[in-house]
Design a binder for this molecule. Structure first.
Ligand code: NAD
Length: 338
């Protein structure tokens, strides 16, 4: 049996999730829903996805643009075993009643408030909590990146406290209206940034403080991380632990990758779809220990690191695989890991 997956909201995250679902051996895309007939709607049809109109009054705009619709979003939700909502922040919460009406389990994205869902999700950290859940929120790109890092450190060494400064890209490459274009902005200026509390939706008892800035970049986020551990492993041992994590790419010194620009170049050279980097990209050389304090830098590709997490969350809510099996299947299908 192939799990039938609908994707409501076919933008930056939605189109990537659709392609990732299609690549899985146990899933099929029922269709994708959009509000308007832009280039992404055309692309969806071009890629062979059934396209549904998300807003009834706008359905005729698709006809006018010569884009064929398969129906209205309600039909897609009814047909699907799971819906992935990848609408802009806040719209997911508005859509919740639609998913409830058809009794279709739904995944929401990190832009939604945590209370939209029963569980906030990261595959490496708390897959089991989402098993058979009806409403699950896949946490944001930054929270995903931090959770993947913190989970093995907690298991192996114990974590006293995490302090992280997040240097955030001003906007995605296609977000023409975002900024800053020539500034370095503490954001939010008042502590804490929302990321720390968000990480606590995954690890409720974790001590974590986060600070955020926004900079004129679109490629990736960069995290400067300090973790006070409950023991004092040497840096080499920590590095090996991180290298074992399937969704952490520990960038070796020999590659001479000095920033997000070369990381993206590497992703393009390797033929990654949309130059995506699904893994945390963590500089091996930066992994340092001072007493029980671990320090490191990692870059997070905001547009794609949550994609494999959505795929795993689909298997969790349908209880169709356990964590290890799902993560392995997803990784194999997408060829995650360099
Ligand atoms: P986006 O604007 O690129 O895509 C959203 C899509 O939803 C657009 O195609 C839009 O036309 C469509 N849409 C709008 N209203 C709709 C409706 N009522 N029904 C159906 N479709 C509708 O946004 P995005 O960057 O993909 O973000 C989606 C979610 O993912 C947000 O919660 C965001 O916070 C989260 N997220 C974004 C990123 C990122 O960096 N882009 C990273 C992680 C999580």
């Amino acid at each position: 049996y192939m799990l039938q997956v609908g994707i409501n909201g076919y933008g930056t995250i939605g189109k990537r999730v659709a392609d990732a679902v299609r690549a899985q051996p146990d899933m099929e895309v029922v269709g994708v829903a959009k509000t308007r007939p832009n280039f992404e709607a055309e692309g969806a049809v071009e890629n062979g996805y059934s396209l549904y109109a998300a807003i009834e009054e706008r359905a005729e705009l698709f006809d006018e643009a010569g884009i064929e619709l398969a129906g209205m979003v309600e039909e897609m939700v009814e047909e699907a075993d799971v819906v992935v909502d990848a609408c802009p922040s806040g719209i997911g919460a508005d859509n919740k009643s639609l998913y409830e009406e058809y009794d279709t389990p739904a995944l929401y994205q990190g832009g939604e408030d945590a209370d939209v869902a029963d569980v906030s999700f990261n595959a490496r950290a708390n897959y089991e909590e989402a098993v058979d859940a009806q409403h699950v929120r896949v946490v944001s790109c930054n929270t995903t990146g931090l959770s993947r890092l913190i989970a093995p450190l907690r298991e192996e060494y114990g974590v006293e406290k995490v302090r992280a400064t997040l240097v955030r890209r001003g906007g995605d490459p296609a977000q023409t209206g975002r900024g800053p274009i020539n500034d370095i902005v503490p954001n939010p200026v008042k502590l804490p940034s929302h990321h720390g509390p968000d990480v606590k939706t995954i690890f409720p008892d974790l001590a974590i403080d986060t600070l955020g800035l926004k900079v004129p970049a679109t490629l990736m986020h960069m995290h400067s991380v300090n973790v006070s551990l409950e023991s004092e492993p040497d840096a080499e041992e920590v590095r090996e632990l991180l290298e074992e994590q399937s969704r952490i790419f520990v960038v070796p010194e020999r590659m001479d990758i000095d920033g997000a620009g070369k990381l993206k170049e590497y992703a393009m050279d390797r033929g990654r779809p949309r130059a995506d980097l699904w893994e945390n990209c963590l500089w091996g050389e930066s992994v340092s220990m001072e007493g029980n304090d671990l320090y490191l830098f990692q870059a997070i590709h905001q547009e794609s690191d949550v994609v494999p997490e959505n795929v795993d969350a689909i298997r969790a809510v349908t209880n169709s695989a356990d964590a290890r099996e799902s993560i392995e299947t997803t990784n194999d299908a997408l060829e995650i890991g360099f």
